[in-house]
Design a protein around this ligand. Structure first.
Ligand SMILES: [Zn+2]
Ligand SMILES: [Zn+2]
Length: 277
């Protein structure tokens, strides 16, 4: 049987065997309205919520701590929990069970202790490092982003996609810690804040925005190979900033989600990545 999801320890230590960097780099033409000539996304730190702490007192990094427990309901809270909500999405094949190399688990999401240390003034990297399994960023609600691959670096298969709940999140298998995460459009955030809103940060400190901009649905063909571009956003209407976009997920069924890949990131970071522990 095809491995579904490797344990987190494996995720953390096996980087995807991506080929040599063939990414394109956006023109670095952004400017800041925050009083410096470097990227400064401080007005976005204030939009983080449902996190343990945000420490922006350091000169080079901001430190964000989260339990990674979503502020929305999910089937993965487990029956009996106040935040349990039965699946009510549009995928008839949804299943809470996860197959990990032949071992079936039915995880209840667990509180984590995750610390992100990300650049305060992000800059484009000279060598773009690959995203790996595990957290690659943090949603504005404290839930972590994973990339578009499973633990082996392969595209997500039907089994994993069928495990995405109505907000398009799910936990890792029990043996891997049952860590809740989003691979795709974080439906809770786009419905709560709008589909053009700030969604969170990737580990390189560049922000992630929703799947629309100026009334236009963003497609990967409009973005660079990292799933980002330089333009004004609703938080920086008079500036050009580098930012990523999540791609719209019009349905939760596998063939639709597969067409939308990559979802949050193109497999490499645009900027120099920070750390996550
Ligand atoms: Zn996953
Ligand atoms: Zn944009």
């Amino acid at each position: 049987m095809k491995p579904f999801f490797l344990p987190l320890i494996t995720l953390c230590f096996i980087a995807c065997s991506c080929s040599k960097d063939s990414g394109t780099s956006s023109t670095n033409t952004y400017s800041s309205t925050d009083g410096t000539t470097t990227n400064n996304f401080s007005r976005l730190y204030a939009k983080l919520y449902n996190v343990v702490s945000v420490d922006s007192s350091g000169s080079t990094n901001i430190i964000i701590k989260t339990t990674d427990v979503p502020d929305h309901k999910s089937p993965f809270f487990g029956v009996g929990n106040a935040k349990y909500e039965a699946y009510n999405g549009d995928n008839p094949s949804f299943d809470t069970k996860i197959n990990l190399m032949g071992t079936i688990s039915d995880p209840t999401l667990l509180s984590q202790s995750v610390t992100f240390t990300i650049p305060r003034y992000p800059t484009v990297a000279s060598t773009h490092s690959s995203t790996t399994g595990g957290a690659i960023g943090i949603g504005r609600n404290g839930v972590v982003f994973f990339n578009q691959y499973n633990g082996t670096g392969a595209a997500l298969d039907d089994l994993e996609i069928n495990n995405a709940d109505q907000y398009l999140g799910h936990p890792t298998p029990s043996v891997a810690g049952a860590q809740y995460h989003y691979h795709y459009e974080p439906k809770w955030l786009t419905s709560k804040f709008s589909n053009t809103a700030f969604m969170g940060f990737l580990l390189d400190g560049f922000p992630v925005y929703g799947p629309y901009e100026n009334g236009v649905k963003i497609t990967t063909s409009m973005l660079d190979s990292y799933n980002g571009h330089v333009s004004a956003t609703e938080d920086y209407p008079n500036d050009k900033i580098y930012h990523y976009h999540v791609i719209s997920a019009s349905s939760s069924v596998p063939f639709v989600l597969k067409l939308a890949a990559p979802y949050i990131n193109g497999g490499k970071y645009y900027g120099t990545k920070g750390t996550v522990n």
